[in-house]
Design a protein around this ligand. Sequence first.
Ligand SMILES: Cc1cc2nc3c(=O)[nH]c(=O)nc-3n(C[C@H](O)[C@H](O)[C@H](O)COP(=O)(O)O)c2cc1C
Length: 185
Amino acid sequence: MTSVVILYYSRNGATQRLADAIAEGVTSAGGEAVLRSTGHGSNAVSDRDLEVENSDIENCDALILGSPTRFGHMASSLQKFWEGTSREWLQGALTDKPGAVFTSSSSLHGGQESTLLTLALPLIHHGMMLVGIPYSEPALHQTQSGGSPYGASHHEHSNKLTEHERQCAIALGKRVTNFASKLSS
Ligand SMILES: Cc1cc2nc3c(=O)[nH]c(=O)nc-3n(C[C@H](O)[C@H](O)[C@H](O)COP(=O)(O)O)c2cc1C
């Protein structure tokens, strides 16, 4: 079964809502969604899922990385994790695997796109093939909140995803899984 790691940090649950919708997309495409988090011990809701280990990135077929928007880029616990992956980088543990990104923010124009693009940088350094959301996904045309060609996103104006945000997140999980399955077959 195609194993897709969804690696994220979420203090209060908004980014976790996206992680769960992406996991739904992975599962609906026949993959195994492996939810992993960073920053354990800070009382974050993402403590629900096991803390990521470096072996997780070696063993996966694809990886989807998500963070709350923090002053326009990723949360520090995620950055800290990537700074401990030199060995996996040298070994090419993620090279040629599909990767994708997601974020949540409290204001609509508060930096979602810069966070998505900067989340992509460690994945590209690790040799991953970046997967976005194509405009063939109807929700991307219709959304009045989150959802971007660069990745899934959520504008946290209520305590749930809008239907369009959810559709974009599911589409991203499916697309990454489909690519990973084709590559490993
Ligand atoms: C230190 C800090 C910096 C933040 N920076 C931004 C920001 O630049 N733009 C924005 O719209 N929201 C910002 N936020 C709000 C969070 O991105 C937003 O509440 C997010 O949805 C939280 O996700 P979570 O519930 O998964 O923790 C910031 C929050 C914190 C604590």
